[in-house]
Design a protein around this ligand. Structure first.
Ligand SMILES: C[S@@+](CC[C@H](N)C(=O)[O-])C[C@H]1O[C@@H](n2cnc3c(N)ncnc32)[C@H](O)[C@@H]1O
Length: 401
């Protein structure tokens, strides 16, 4: 049998395949988002990319890199764009602001709002806006308004917006986004807490803050400009790093490296381990001093750190000790059991706290979408509510009921 070379297939055929895949994955669930994806000639927004890449459901198309070769702009993958547009719930005639441009998502938004609606897309980078403008005109969307500005301040000239969609990873929600949302407005934002980004759909909570209606894991290029994240990172040794966005978490690289080199304590919870992203969200907001532990494959292969750290795992840290999650297969019954690896003089206390959380999550909250996130703007309240992440313009809280 001869393999079909996707890069030479007609864009319409590739788009039809993409649509089928997005429906199959439940990324597209509404007829209006389906119609938008069917209408927009996506490849015209990635003129230099192979056709099959432009229509690949899960892959991004790189657009611009910084001086270190890291992506600072990319055409997001269709799967993520579809999920976020479904979260956004755009209706015909709405006014929509997109923060972080590329062109194609603005074209989808224009299809969704129709001729009575208005779409504004803003990017901090003039090159990106010039490129987006060219692509939008070429693809037949001259009515989309393109603006060069730091999205931190919003785009006041088009406010109020019925919908705001942010397409760069944010770690805070600046006041301009909340104030320029209409009374029934919705904000969809990739919000990063302790190194993990989730697209969160927020509505007004009626008291000046925001309350989530849905969330899901995502990866995005970082926000630049005034809203760039203030993260702390510590290299414990070659191939092992800790990161946190909490100023109160002690990150003493020397002491924690010393702890890792000491013997390890292994504690098993007896509780089921699955839905890793939901468990991680719970741990991030409940651990008394949370950071994210990352380890390279070579370090994992050496046996020093468990494989759970390869993609990053919530860690509980003190000045001189560290604990993090692991798992093992259940004999006979299938599935996995969660457990904790701890090192350092306070290993036992950290492991006890961690294991108690693993058990509580499994017993009470082990399901998808169980958390409600809130954003409360303003000065940091005292005392700080439980399960809160402090940000310059407010706090993020999470609750499980
Ligand atoms: C993932 S790309 C956007 C993808 C795009 N929405 C699409 O249609 O595929 C993220 C963009 O956010 C932009 N960006 C980063 N920080 C920004 C800021 N503070 N204000 C506006 N744009 C920003 C970057 O320049 C980059 O082009």
């Amino acid at each position: 049998m001869t393999a079909i070379d996707d890069s030479t297939r007609h864009p319409d055929a590739l788009r039809a395949d993409m649509m089928r895949a997005l429906r199959g994955l439940d990324a597209i669930t509404s007829s209006c988002v389906a119609a938008a994806f069917a209408a927009v000639p996506r490849h015209l927004f990635a003129p230099d990319a192979p056709l099959d890449l432009a229509y690949d459901v899960h892959r991004t198309v790189p657009v611009k890199q910084d001086e270190h070769g890291l992506d600072i702009s990319a055409m997001s993958a269709p799967h993520l764009q579809a999920v976020m547009l479904e979260q956004l719930g755009v209706e015909s005639g709405m006014r929509v602001l997109e923060i972080g441009s590329g062109g194609v998502n603005a074209a989808y938004l224009q299809e969704l709002v129709g001729s009575e609606g208005e779409v504004t897309t803003v990017d901090i980078d003039r090159d990106i806006i010039d490129r987006a403008r060219r692509c939008l005109d070429e693809a037949g969307y001259p009515q989309v308004r393109t603006v060069v500005a730091d999205g931190e301040s919003g785009v006041p000239t088009g406010a109020p917006y019925d919908r705001i969609i942010v397409t760069a990873a944010a770690w805070d929600i600046p006041p301009s986004w909340i104030s320029s949302l209409s009374a029934k407005g919705r904000l969809v934002v990739p919000l990063t807490v302790c190194g993990t980004t989730r697209t969160v759909a927020f509505d007004h909570d009626g008291e000046g803050g925001l309350v989530s209606r849905s969330y899901g894991l995502a990866r995005f290029v970082p926000m630049q400009g005034d809203g760039a994240a203030e993260e702390r990172k510590a290299m414990l040794r070659e191939g092992i790093a800790l990161q946190t966005d909490d100023v109160h978490v002690p990150l003493d690289a020397r002491a924690l490296n010393h702890a890792l080199a000491s013997s390890r304590l292994e504690c098993w919870s007896g509780a089921a381990y699955d839905l890793p992203d939901e468990l991680e969200l719970y741990l991030t907001f409940h651990l008394s001093s949370a950071a994210r532990l990352h380890a390279h494959q070579e370090v994992i292969d050496s046996g020093l750190v468990e494989p759970s750290a390869r993609l990053g795992v919530p860690a509980l840290v003190s000045e001189d000790s560290i604990a993090y999650r692991t798992r093992r297969g259940n004999e006979g019954t299938g599935g996995f059991e969660s457990g904790v690896i701890a090192h350092g003089p306070h290993a036992e206390a950290l492991a006890d706290e961690y294991v108690a959380l693993l058990r509580r999550w499994a017993a009470q909250h082990r399901r998808r979408g169980a958390a409600t996130l809130r954003y409360l703007p303003g000065p940091t309240p005292s005392p700080l509510p439980q399960n809160a992440a402090v940000r310059p313009h407010g706090i993020v809280t999470a609750a499980w009921t």
